[in-house]
Write a protein that binds this ligand. Structure first.
Ligand code: C2E
Ligand code: CA
Ligand code: CA
Length: 509
């Protein structure tokens, strides 16, 4: 660790303080003697005067030493603040945190009581920082750190170990909340909106946990393990947490492999689009097609989007890939029946890129399709990151004549107030509700409520992931007339016949 000098305590300053306090106490002593002895002072014998002067010298030296050590103390404090604490948040900085993990690991070996290392990371923090600007990014980090610190008991060690990453050492004590309880509480609290000076900002977080001594005692290895667990949690979706398991190393290898292949795959054109029809149950007509990206790897075959979209988001590759999807889908729409639209999935990262609306406009104009033939599927997560900006983007898209569907509806935020502020045209009920329709009556109630909500808001409704006749019947009964799912057609590439294209294997109903 580099030595840090305390600018308030330079060498000259220290010498002057010591000399001044020594001289002052000496003079004070002499004056005191004169005052105490009065005229008798002159009559004192030589040895007595020497003894008194020696005593005064000792007192002066003691005072000087006191001043010196007070200075050292202050400097030590200063150095601690400079090197051990993170300047932005006041939490422990990464090197100090590593030291604390090492201490905790030693303790767990000695007294065999486990301690958990909790790694908390803000999803896509770099992109958030780029889109809101660094000073607001700093304000956000401070707010998150403050909320994290205040959510945990004072004796729990908390540090900031990366730009948007925090670590917590949580002991497994009988008196404390269980690790599951505390992590769940942290996820919920940290994902609630932050009121920054300029706007309201929400973040998603992922959490990974490693346990000492079970998962090791080397602080660097422990951090790597908790981070592997975190990567696993992130791959599973929004606001997840995972406990480290040795198999996770393999998952990480796979993710690294995908990351290294992604750019080349894009450059060499290994991506394509498949289309899945959306049906109107009332007349059996196809009203639109959802474009779903496919990656065919020359040696490993098909790689599903759930395996690479989140990596493309983290690496920034989502911007060129997303733009390609938009352009290709608009071009493909030219070959689809003129009364059908194409629905394109928009990643939250892509939605928040600086010139998102410009990219959409370009894709539309270069294809020449009518704006009504393009629908964008945007998740609640995307809209909630920066509400004001999202509202402005949605307004612009609406003015251009493009329709927006809220994808995976029901899985995101429970605060529905935003629905009133945002311009959108369709709610897409998430597959998880449809798959439970036949077995779980509360899913039926959720679907009916969403249908009611869409009517109240005057927007359309569609259900995704419909696989059985029974589900379709229940949906119709609930008032949902537009559906998409394997029952009506699987995603398939477009093939052309008679100048018109249709997904190759889309089953007609
Ligand atoms: P999503 O937007 O919820 O898309 C629907 C997913 O459900 C698709 O998976 C689709 O093949 C699958 N599916 C459709 N009908 C059924 C059904 O009846 N049963 C079941 N079990 N599944 C059904 P896919 O193609 O693997 O895509 C997964 C996710 O990847 C999509 O979820 C979407 O979030 C993302 N994705 C796909 N293409 C793109 C893209 O071009 N851009 C972006 N940003 N994300 C994409
Ligand atoms: Ca979708
Ligand atoms: Ca979905």
């Amino acid at each position: 660790m580099p030595a840090v000098a305390n600018p308030n305590r330079s060498k000259a300053f220290r010498l002057i303080t010591i000399a001044a306090s020594g001289a002052c106490s000496f003079l004070l002593g002499l004056w005191g003697m004169r005052f105490g002895f009065g005229e008798g002072f002159a009559g004192l014998s030589g040895p007595v005067v020497s003894a008194i002067i020696a005593g005064l010298c000792a007192l002066a030296a003691a005072l000087a030493a006191l001043s010196f050590f007070a200075g050292v103390d202050e400097s030590a404090d200063y150095v601690f603040h400079e090197t051990q604490l993170d300047k932005l948040t006041g939490l422990l900085a990464r090197p100090a945190m590593i030291g604390r993990i090492a201490d905790a690991a030693q303790r767990t070996i000695r007294d065999a009581s486990p301690i958990f290392l909790i790694d908390i990371d803000i999803d896509r923090f770099k992109q958030i920082n780029d889109s809101i600007g660094y000073s607001k990014g700093d304000e956000l980090i401070r707010a998150i750190a403050k909320r994290l610190r205040s959510s945990l008991p004072a004796n729990v060690v908390v540090g900031r170990i990366g730009a948007g990453e925090f670590a917590v050492l949580y002991p497994d004590h009988p008196g404390l909340e269980s690790i599951e309880g505390v992590v769940q509480m942290l996820v919920e609290r940290l994902m609630a909106p932050y009121h920054l000076r300029s706007h309201q900002q929400s973040v998603n977080i992922s959490v990974g946990i490693a346990a000492m001594p079970k998962d090791g005692t080397d602080p660097i290895a422990l951090l790597r393990r908790s981070n592997l667990a975190l990567q696993n949690a992130r791959a599973a979706g929004v606001g997840n947490w995972r406990v480290f398991h040795p198999d996770m190393g393999r998952v990480a290898d796979h993710r690294n492999w995908i990351e290294s292949e992604l750019y080349g795959a894009f450059e060499q054109g290994h991506f394509s689009l498949h289309y899945q029809p959306q049906f109107d149950l009332r007349n059996g007509r196809i009203v639109g097609y959802e474009a779903l990206i496919r990656w065919r790897h020359p040696s490993r075959g098909m790689i599903p989007p759930v395996e690479f979209i989140s990596i493309a988001e983290e690496t920034g590759m989502i911007a060129p890939i997303g733009e390609w999807v938009l352009r290709q889908a608009c071009r493909d729409a030219l070959h689809l029946p003129d009364d059908c639209f194409v629905a394109v999935n928009i990643s939250p990262v892509q939605f928040m890129t600086r010139d998102f609306v410009g990219v959409v406009r370009c894709a539309l104009e270069s294809s020449g399709i009518r704006p009504e033939r393009l629908e964008l599927e945007v998740t609640e997560t995307a809209m909630m990151q920066d509400r004001d900006r999202a509202a402005a983007i949605l307004k612009e898209l609406t003015e251009m004549g493009i329709s927006v569907a809220v994808d995976d509806f029901g899985t995101g935020y429970s605060n529905l107030a935003y629905l009133i502020d945002f311009n959108f045209h369709k709610l897409k009920i998430d597959r998880s509700f449809i798959s439970r329709l036949e077995t779980d009556s509360s899913s039926g109630a959720v679907v009916s409520t969403i249908v009611g909500l869409s009517r109240a808001l005057g927007v359309n409704i569609i259900a995704e992931g419909v696989e059985t006749e029974n589900q379709a019947t229940l949906l119709r009964a609930a008032g949902c007339e537009t559906v998409q799912g394997y029952l009506f057609g699987r995603p398939a590439p477009l093939i052309e016949f008679d100048g018109e294209a249709r997904p190759a294997r889309a089953a007609m109903h």
